[in-house]
Design a binder for this molecule. Sequence first.
Ligand code: MN
Ligand code: MN
Length: 461
Amino acid sequence: MNIEELRQSLLQAPKNGYAELTDAQRAEMETYCKGYSDFMTACKTEREATAWTVATAEAHGFKPLVPGMTLKPGDKVYHNNRGKSILLAVMGSESLNSGANICAAHVDSPRMDLKPNPLYEDSEIAYFKTHYYGGIKKYQWATIPLALHGVVYRKDGSVVTITIGEDDNDPILCVSDLLIHLSADQMKKTLAEGISGEQLNVILGTEPLQGEGSDLVKLHIMKLLNEKYGLIESDFLSAELTMVPAGKCREVGLDRSLLGCYGHDDRVCAYAEIVPLLTMGTPKHTAVCILADKEEIGSVGISGMQSTAFETFMQDLCDATGANLNRCFENSFCLSADVSNAYDPNFAETCDPRNNSKLNYGVAICKYTGSRGKGGASDASAEAMGHVRTTLNNAGVKWQIATLGKVDQGGGGTVAAYMANRNIVTVDAGVPVLCMHAPMELVSKYDCYMTMLACQAIYLA
Ligand code: MN
Ligand code: MN
């Protein structure tokens, strides 16, 4: 062989996905991404994503999984975990003893939650106090349009859902920042300190009610909330209200190749998991889709991936088909579907470009996450990586490899370790994202589409 033949036969030569995209695939990609954009505009919290998924799944023939029911191949069931996370399954033709093919994503995203006593007035301006949820750069959340989303359990026991700031006729909310003219001291601070957690106070209003006494702006805001939602101040004590960036998912770039919005991490993988499941026939192995909560704060709590809500769901599936849960886990495979960091030439020094995912190179497969010597990572085996490689290659899915930044630069985790701890072979994979955890994150349409095809291929493996 000459050098060129040797090069072609022995070395990798990754290509941009657009080099191989057919017209038919492009059309399918655009349709898929339109649906995804609508999903992102509609769903900004784990509750909204769960509610959307319940409604969509039911429209496609999924039924609530009821303990004690019997299930047969092709049956489609789901379990709504308290409105905060959801598990779905399409029963396979083979016994669950031979394992399930699982895709696990999360539907919570970093944001600013209201404190239990959020409402106050200072200098005749009314505010909400917040406590940020997940990893955010606090300075990014000032001076951007914000919307209020969530639910309130009122004194009388009724629950009201609140969304303010998304409709064009709604007001938006905002956190202020200091004018540059007076920022001599602030500008000397680090980015981490420039806006502090206790400065993430959301402006609610400035008009006082007319009358005697203090806190007349606060009282005005409370009166408005009472008129529209029947709230009294103590109702905030039993509420989950959160501030998220207001606005729609939009095409980004003159070529419209990107999508920009809040919360791609990780609803971009959640949607990629749901879509192929909805119209699936009877798979060989039972296909299981997990949309988990609380990933951004460690997968803890009753709706997080460490919760035994997952075991309960899988046990119910096993009971309904006469299978054994431990055998099922032992023979299952899980794609931990979560986003990776797309290579950003603006911050090239943070990555190892030879091992970083890139926009438009397809779904990013991540052998390990973690930090400081892979700490906290699942670290998939050669066999697990090989399974994914073969499955995706056979299905014609464009994929690439990913690592989270250069060694000792930082790091992060996913639900992978919690799945692997259950004796389930697990590999991380997902959509590369630019400016992850920022109020607006960017993904490529091509990578979104390939991640959906990857989830489909894993379900059908
Ligand atoms: Mn994530
Ligand atoms: Mn995240």
